[in-house]
Design a protein around this ligand. Structure first.
Ligand code: BES
Ligand code: MN
Ligand code: MN
Length: 457
């Protein structure tokens, strides 16, 4: 299939220019001020799908942002690949830390810099171009369906119902997603597991108004102090979460499984250097890699209250707030963990304050079998284009719809991502390697070819 490489070479500049166009649309799903822009990104994608030879291209409105659907059926005897991705992006804040504006893509040092470059517009677009390449060679080896949503970064609120209502339309043999990372450009890997998530917001309220911190300080409990103590007590000195029942269902990996996963290359010194930290901490008995992938954890994502303006104001605030996430591992159930948190956190509070716990979104962890046809086809595809057998990894991020696809459609997922952890997704200066973009476009057609050969084996 060397003609794949040839077609890619002859069209690579245009592919990149098209991606630049896509990245210029500020499709920030979290911010209602950008609703029209999110819709514009959906329309842009529809336009590109229409330029392929598809049987059906459709924008499905939801109560939130629209879902883009497209399909090409080449034969009832052929397996069907359902490609999932998202065209929405995270807010670009803090803007002042970007070296160039987030929605004015810049190509520099082998990367394309823009919000969404890697997560997930760049990776979604590889699949669109892979179909263009495959169709330039003849009929597709597999049927293909695309479901590209605009609400992934805000918890995929309307995707669950959509999938349940369109089971027939979405019937397939495998889900294929590029929305994860690999170890390094010379060390391909395939994600065999993701963590789940439970996300909530808490509020601690004390006195009925802000007080003078001299007049009342020392006698009246300060909600910020109380909140900090409550949060601090959620982990013990071994870095274990203290919520009763939190670990009850945690999947414990065998020594062999841990050894197997531990074989992946990991440069601890480079890891610390990259992040500018002198040391790392976490749950006792686990390596940094394990702490960020196969173990559950709890983090404060934001905390506020009191005076944060310029200069000093002596004030004992009336309330304090925090956003807290728990990353979960297989067998933990997001709704149950949210409930355990709620009960425990409420009990923790002294009588001097009131506590509110407001659940946001959640999602379940996912594990992918490395024995399944999908994984094997992906491994062979990557081996073909990288010249190395990819390593199965477990990652710390979450894609809750993987568990949902399994539950509703009964389908396995292949997580063949081409990003790098250094791509700064969700951070200022997000970027995606031009190498990775093209490598993805080159690899995906092989997946289609090998999956057609392997499905049913
Ligand atoms: N693509 C990421 C998830 C990811 C990133 C998985 C890197 C593995 C490696 C996705 O867009 C994301 O950010 N997911 C959210 C969860 C969602 C419910 C908001 C996350 O992980 O925080
Ligand atoms: Mn993503
Ligand atoms: Mn994301």
């Amino acid at each position: 299939m060397s003609t794949v490489t040839e077609y890619l070479k002859n069209n690579q500049d245009r592919f990149l220019e098209e991606l630049v166009d896509f990245l210029k649309i500020p499709s920030i799903s979290a911010d209602s001020a950008y609703k029209d822009e999110v819709n514009k990104a959906a329309d842009w994608l529809i336009g590109k799908m229409n330029q392929l030879d598809m049987d059906r291209v459709e924008k499905f409105p939801t109560a939130g942002h629209p879902i883009v659907y497209a399909e090409k059926m080449v034969g009832a005897d052929k397996p069907t690949i359902l490609v999932y991705g998202h065209y929405d992006v995270q807010p670009p804040d803090p803007l002042n830390l970007w070296n160039s504006p987030p929605f004015e893509p810049v190509i520099k040092d082998g990367n394309i810099y823009a919000r969404g470059a890697c997560d997930d517009k760049g990776q979604v677009y590889m699949h669109v171009k892979a179909i263009e390449i495959l169709q330039s060679q003849g009929p597709l080896p597999c049927n293909v369906k695309f479901i590209i949503e605009g609400e992934e970064e805000v918890g995929s609120d309307h995707l669950g119902d959509f999938v349940r209502e369109h089971k027939g339309m979405l019937s397939a043999d495998i889900i294929l997603i590029s929305d994860t990372s690999m170890i390094a450009n010379d060390t391909p890997s395939i994600t065999a597991g993701l963590r789940g998530l439970s996300y909530l917001e808490v509020a601690v309220t004390g006195p009925n108004r802000d007080l003078h911190s001299g007049v009342y300080g020392g006698a009246i409990d300060n909600p910020i102090n109380v909140l900090c103590e409550m949060i601090a007590s959620l982990k013990d000195e071994d870095g274990r979460i203290t919520i009763p029942g939190f670990y009850d269902k945690v999947e414990e990996l065998s020594r062999t499984q841990r050894e197997e996963l531990g074989k992946r290359p990991f440069d601890y010194e480079a890891y610390k250097r990259d992040l500018g930290v002198a040391d790392t901490n976490g749950e006792a008995g686990y390596s940094p890699m394990e702490r960020a992938s196969i173990r559950p954890t709890l983090d404060v994502n934001g905390i506020w209250g009191g005076y944060i303006g310029e200069g000093a104001k002596t004030v004992l605030p009336s309330s304090a707030h925090a956003k807290i996430s728990m990353r979960l591992v297989p067998n933990q159930i997001s709704a149950e963990i949210t409930e355990l948190f709620q009960v425990h956190f409420t009990k923790l509070a002294p009588a001097s304050v009131k506590v509110q716990v407001m659940p946001h979104h959640g999602g379940e962890a996912a594990v992918v079998s490395t024995e399944a046809a999908g994984y094997r086809a992906a491994a062979r595809a990557m081996e073909t284009t990288f010249g190395k057998v990819p390593i199965p990894t477990r990652e710390g991020g979450s894609i809750p719809i993987v568990a949902l696809f399994k539950e509703v459609l009964g389908l396995e997922t292949v997580l063949m991502g081409f990003g790098l952890n250094s791509d700064a997704i969700h951070s200022p200066n997000e970027h995606y390697g031009i190498f990775n973009f093209y490598k993805g476009i080159e690899t995906i057609p092989y997946f289609h070819q090998y999956f057609a050969e392997m499905a049913g084996t």
